[in-house]
Design a protein around this ligand. Structure first.
Ligand code: TXA
Ligand code: MG
Length: 342
């Protein structure tokens, strides 16, 4: 199929909404990452999402809504804590797992009795949902196993010829996927760190638990089905290096010198002024810029055919927790802690 590539102006938005209503697949910008959207009530259209991504059918999708009327159609009841979180963080990068109504197709929830719901803040995404008049089921718009796309060009690289339309709304503001909180369980659990930080969540509910699998501790059954799959993995092997700046720089320089293959460094500004690495990808000077740039950096490594990637650990404060989680997953939890054996 030919994939239309349109700017997210009035016409582009109208075309995307029409495509969704007619059962098609559209890549849409959101403030987190690009989503691959279909009508959430159309089981056939939703099935096509899995095929286009090469995504396992047992990994459920998020339904994106524009207002609370849509929410009422989808969930049995809104627990008081969910209402508080919605008031605090919606529209925005928070996904809540809630008990679903029977009208939600099984293919969306992978047969679970819960459904993941998010009210995105991106005005383009909001306009498409409103004009389509249905909740939009959308995973990240990457091929399964690739880093999530943060630009329309990333989507084109993965999905050209596989979907009906890509709506280009520019680079995503946050750059990492939404925070997922399970509010269908007690106590509530953080399933994926993201744009809404743990610190922000704990201002609303101090008893939120964190699945240890998030930071690499092996557990038998991960809480979010998607967590069991290899994710965000570039083709080159990633090693994350943690420790004092001078030691990290020395360690990575040494490793790069010894490597007999194409190498890259992913690090904040000012870490590597001179190096033998084939590619140096800057994460900027803040956790915010690092979040915006990480997935593009991983993709740039693939584009350049890099085989060994060294990344500097960025700490777990604020959005840093989500950043670390994605970086650790890209590294298959291959982390060198230079302070460990002191
Ligand atoms: O920022 C985001 O969340 C982006 C944009 C497009 O909204 N979407 C996104 O979707 O990252 P996806 O499919 O790549 O990740 C959704 C995650 C998966 O790990 C899935 O297993 C989990 O949400 N999930 C969905 N429904 C669930 C449910 N009922 N219970 C537990 N986990 C669920
Ligand atoms: Mg994804």
């Amino acid at each position: 199929m030919d994939t239309l590539f349109l700017t997210a102006n009035e016409e582009g938005i109208a075309k995307a909404a029409e495509t969704i209503r007619n059962g098609g697949l559209c890549a849409l910008p959101t403030e987190t990452v690009y989503g691959l959207g279909a009508n959430g009530f159309d089981a056939t259209a939703v099935k096509n999402i899995f095929a286009a991504k090469g995504r396992p059918q047992d990994n459920p999708l998020i339904l994106h809504i524009a207002d609370f009327t849509m929410l009422e159609e989808l969930v049995e009841e809104l627990p008081p804590l969910a209402q508080k979180m919605a008031d605090a963080f919606w529209p925005g990068p928070l996904t809540m797992i809630l008990k679903r109504k029977p009208c939600v197709p099984d293919v969306v929830t992978a047969g679970l009795d819960t459904v993941a719901i998010r009210m995105p803040a991106d005005p383009v995404m909001q306009a498409v949902i409103r004009q389509a008049g249905v909740p939009i089921a959308a995973p990240s718009a990457n091929r399964s196993g690739k880093p999530s796309p943060t630009t329309a060009k990333h989507v084109l690289d993965d999905m050209d010829g596989r979907i009906d339309l890509i709506l280009d709304g520019g680079a995503c503001e946050i750059g990492l996927e939404s925070t997922i909180v399970n509010l269908a369980s007690t106590p509530p659990a953080l399933l994926r760190p993201g744009g809404i930080t743990l610190e922000q969540l704990r201002m609303i509910s101090c008893d939120i638990i964190i699945d240890p699998a998030l930071m690499g501790v092996a557990t038998e059954t991960p809480l979010a089905p998607g967590m069991k799959y290899r994710h965000y993995a570039p083709e080159g092997a990633v090693t994350v290096v943690d420790g004092e700046k001078e030691k990290v720089v020395a360690y990575i320089k040494n490793a790069i010198q010894k490597a007999e293959t194409k190498t890259a460094i992913i690090a904040p500004d000012g870490y590597f002024l001179e190096t033998d690495a084939d590619l140096v990808l800057s994460l900027g000077d803040s956790a915010t810029s690092a979040a915006q740039r990480l997935f593009a950096a991983l993709r740039a490594c693939d584009d350049a055919g890099v085989k060994r990637i060294y990344a500097v650990d960025c700490g777990t404060k604020g959005i840093g927790l989500a950043l670390c989680n994605r970086l650790y997953k890209a590294a298959g939890f291959q982390i060198i802690d230079l302070e460990e054996d002191l």
